[in-house]
Design a protein around this ligand. Structure first.
Ligand code: MG
Ligand code: ZN
Length: 193
């Protein structure tokens, strides 16, 4: 079994761009290469789990998604550490076209993509994590039984500030300003075990 850090993509690793698929629109967020390197050095496998409803809506193709991931990993490999595996959900329950219109089991907050990783690597759930910038990421991580971290990049900061203001119960286990802070939190936690 592997210790895995599951990562949302848009707003967590790269700048949130509406329906991103063109390599020229990809901007890796500050501190991300260092964060990934830190996690890899600590023995974690890195797995991206990303909802890509743009495929379902016909805005871009699965080939575009794969091409972007290859391109992204080239950049990450040179600057820090690369992603071990990318999983994406190309479906949407109501806005999908053709075969992509589907109430699937992979679209977060469902856990299908986590289960694919489980089949491929085996997941040491007690020592694995989910990191994302939306509550659906946190819900997905929680549904699968992982410690889940909300990052302040993408939509996360706004969500967190709203929770602080209203005193709503936080469903995430930790809030970190960005991926580097989240990585440091994980590494510190695993050192103390
Ligand atoms: Mg996101
Ligand atoms: Zn799906």
């Amino acid at each position: 079994m592997e210790r895995i850090v599951f990562l949302d993509r848009d707003g967590t690793i790269n700048e949130e761009v509406h329906y991103l698929y063109r390599p020229e629109d990809l901007h890796i967020l500050p501190g991300v290469p260092q964060a990934l390197a830190l996690l890899k050095e600590a023995g974690y496998r890195l797995v991206v789990v990303t909802n890509q409803a743009g495929v379902a809506r016909g805005y871009y193709t699965e080939e575009d998604v794969k091409r972007l991931h290859t391109y992204m990993n080239g950049i990450l490999r040179e600057s820090g550490a690369d992603i071990d595996r990318f999983y994406y959900c190309p479906h949407h329950p109501s806005h999908g076209i053709g075969v992509y219109k589907k109430s699937c089991s992979c679209r977060k907050p469902a856990t299908g993509m986590f289960q694919l990783a489980e089949r491929e690597f085996g997941v040491d759930k007690a020592h694995s994590f989910m990191i994302g910038d939306k509550l659906l990421d946190i819900r997905a991580g929680k549904n699968y039984g992982l410690t889940s971290i909300l990052v302040g990049t993408g939509y996360g900061r706004e969500l967190h500030e709203e929770d602080m203001k209203t005193g709503a119960e936080q469903i995430y286990d930790c809030y970190a300003d960005d991926l580097l802070e989240a990585a440091k939190w994980i590494v510190t936690l695993s050192r103390h075990e």
